[in-house]
Write a protein that binds this ligand. Sequence first.
Ligand code: FAS
Ligand code: PHB
Length: 389
Amino acid sequence: MHTQVAIIGAGPAGMLLSHLLNRAGVEHVVIERVSREYVLSRIRAGVLEWGTVETLRECGLGDRMDREGHVHETINIAWRGEEVLTVDTGEMVGKLMMGYGQTNIQEDLYNAADTAGTTIFFESSDVELHDIATESPSVTFICNGVGERIDCDFIAGCDGFHGVSRVSIPASVTTEYEKEYPFGWLGILSETPPLPHLLYANSSRGFALCSMRNQMLSRYYVQCPLTDSVDEWSDDRFWAELFDRLPHDMATQIQTGPSIEKSIAPLRSYVAEPMSYGRLYLAGDAAHIVPPTGAKGLNLAVSDVRYLSRAIVDHYAGEDDYLESYSAMALRRVWGAVRFSWWLTSLLHRFPDQTAFDQRAQEQELGYLSTSRAAQTALSEQYVGLPYE
Ligand code: FAS
Ligand code: PHB
């Protein structure tokens, strides 16, 4: 089979790229390692930058988001068990955020692909990229027991951190930047009414976060040691620990209920440069990972794909400037989000070797944030998302 673009990975990056290429009439196929059901079973991101909201609306994927999503007008940060800092991003920078789960976006993307008749090879194995440094790359894989080969003009590596694309680039070409954090996030979903606003907490016991998926589906997180397992965390233990990390008057507003999902995610900052090599272009987690503290992971996948789809469409119109500048342009926005996520993670979490001085310094910075419009403006413009190029 020959096509114009072979997309590796049917997560948000791969499927948004597929959707944008469909709208531009660029032929492509998608190759995915697991089943559609498995992709849809993953519970991940929950907060969309306003640029992501506008991108989804512009490409016809905004209707359900606008019906079921929840616009966040503020982000709130509690600390020292009593203080709460409220940052009104609309007042600071004239932009808001949308609470709408990645799972919903994934469903919307698959539904759009069904409508467009997109070819997606689910449950593919032995995916290999070939001749990526030439103008005739190809992808081979096994699907339904049949060996397949796709000859193409471009390969889009949208296969996440553990995918095959990034590692297909010669190690001599790639520079890796990595920072692992000495803790994880234990997250639960509960079919209970959420708090009305996003609430982050810096506590001497560790980080906590209160978020949502809809008006009857809450998402909560507490920082936990990497050595913990989900089995060690009963619902009762989770709720008690969450309450201990929040101001009392906030905790009393939370309606508890049985968890319907519970998982621990490690935290990492990672960037691989460059994000392109020959006819292979990386987008999303395939090229970079951020700790979820700044709610940037999914949003960076969207900005990468905006740039990459524009570059590919321009190529077929005879213009290669955006292809040539893709990696540098994407990395400018990636590093902005990577630094912001590292800063917010460092400010809100308790590190194993943290001293009383470190805790006090974190609380001082939070106190400064609560009194400085300039500091809140800087936080807001990064949290809602910097402009696209
Ligand atoms: P994805 O990893 O989502 O998708 C890659 C796809 O490629 C997957 O479907 C995978 O099966 C497939 N694939 C892998 N190898 C392949 C191969 N060899 N061949 C074919 N296909 C292959 N972000 C936030 O903003 N907030 C959060 O709270 C948050 N929580 C997260 C929790 C976890 C456990 C993880 C892993 C990530 C979390 N993220 C969060 C980040 C997450 O939302 C990612 O940024 C987002 O899924 C990126 O999308 P993709 O780049 O498409 O990568
Ligand atoms: C979520 O709703 O899952 C969420 C919200 C904000 C974050 C991270 C995750 O910073």
